[in-house]
Design a protein around this ligand. Structure first.
Ligand SMILES: C[S@@+](CC[C@H](N)C(=O)[O-])C[C@H]1O[C@@H](n2cnc3c(N)ncnc32)[C@H](O)[C@@H]1O
Length: 243
C-alpha cells in the first residue's frame, strides 16, 4: 500500500505540506529520537563546509524549523531560511524569538516560499544549502537547478539528505529501520506513523547521493564531492558554482 503523504506529480507539494503541518510541533523532538541527535552533528558539518566568510549571504532551502539556517547565521552569514510550510516556519520564528534576547549573534530571516521557484534573482547568494529537502520536491532536479541559479559564481552548494548505502546488507538493515522503527517512534511520540513511514517511501523515489553528484557534474560545478555518513545512510553532496 502506498503512503498517504506520498503522491507523484502535481499533488506532491500539497501532500508534503499536509505532512509537515501535521508534525511541525514535534518535528525537532522526533529528529533527535530517530537519529540519537546525530542530525545536529550532520547539520553542523554542512555549516562548516559552507566556509562562511565575512559578508556572505546564505540561503537555506526547505529550512523547516531552522537548524541549518541558525548554524549558518551563528557563523556570521546573513542568512535567509525559505520554506513553504507556515507551521514549520512558526516553530523556526519561535526559536528565533527565544535566542534574540540572550544572544548578540544574528538570527536568520525566515521567508515562506517554494524551493522550486526561489523568490530571488540569479546570482544572489554565496552559500545555498538544503537539508532533507530535495527528496521532498516534485522534481529534485528542478530544486538543484534553482539552487544553481540563485548561487553567485564561487558559491558553495550543499545538499544533506537520507542516502542509499552502497553495501547491500547495510542497506537492508537500514531500510528495515526506516520501515519499522522510525514509523513506530512517529506513532509513539507524534501519534502519526504514516508521516514517518513517508521517509522510506520518498527515499525509494529519490535517487540520492549518486544522482545528485551526477547532476552537480552536469551543472559543471567545481570540487564536486560526496561525503557518506553512517556508511551512506546519510549523505552530503558538495559543489561550487564556477567563477
Ligand atoms: C524534512 S524537513 C527538513 C527541515 C530542515 N531542513 C531540517 O533539516 O531539519 C523538509 C522541509 O521541506 C519543506 N518543503 C518541502 N517541499 C518544499 C517546497 N517545494 N518549497 C519549500 N519548502 C518545501 C517542508 O515544509 C519541510 O519543512
Amino acid at each position: 500500500m502506498s503512503n498517504v503523504f506520498y503522491a507523484p506529480g502535481e499533488t506532491r507539494a500539497a501532500k508534503v505540506n499536509d505532512l509537515f503541518a501535521a508534525v511541525a510541533r514535534r518535528y525537532d523532538l522526533l529528529n533527535d529520537l530517530q537519529s540519537f541527535c546525530l542530525h545536529l552533528r550532520w547539520k553542523c558539518r554542512v555549516a562548516t563546509l559552507a566556509a562562511v566568510k565575512s559578508g556572505d549571504r546564505a540561503l537555506d532551502l526547505c529550512c523547516g524549523t531552522g537548524d541549518i539556517a541558525f548554524a549558518l547565521a551563528r557563523r556570521g552569514a546573513e542568512t535567509t531560511g525559505l520554506d513553504f510550510s507556515e507551521k514549520m516556519l512558526e516553530v523556526a520564528a519561535a526559536r528565533s524569538r527565544k535566542i534574540t534576547p540572550h544572544s548578540p549573534l544574528p538570527t536568520p530571516h525566515f521567508l515562506q516560499g517554494d524551493a522550486q521557484q526561489i523568490p530571488f534573482p540569479d546570482n544572489s547568494f554565496d552559500i545555498v544549502t538544503v537539508g532533507y529537502g530535495l527528496r521532498n520536491l516534485a522534481s529534485w532536479e528542478r530544486g538543484l537547478d534553482e539552487m544553481f541559479r540563485v548561487a553567485r559564481p564561487g558559491a558553495r552548494l550543499i545538499v544533506l539528505d537520507f542516502g542509499k548505502p552502497p553495501n547491500a546488507l547495510w542497506r537492508k538493515i537500514y531500510f528495515t529501520h526506516l520501515k519499522i522503527s522510525v514509523p513506530l517512534i512517529g506513532w509513539l511520540f507524534c501519534g502519526n506513523s504514516q508521516a514517518y513511514a513517508y521517509i522510506l517511501e520518498s527515499l525509494k523515489h529519490y535517487p540520492a547521493q549518486l544522482a545528485v553528484e551526477e547532476k552537480m557534474r552536469e551543472l559543471k560545478l567545481a570540487n564536486v564531492r560526496v561525503i557518506n555518513l553512517l556508511g551512506g545512510a546519510m549523505a552530503i553532496n558538495y559543489g561550487e558554482k564556477p567563477k
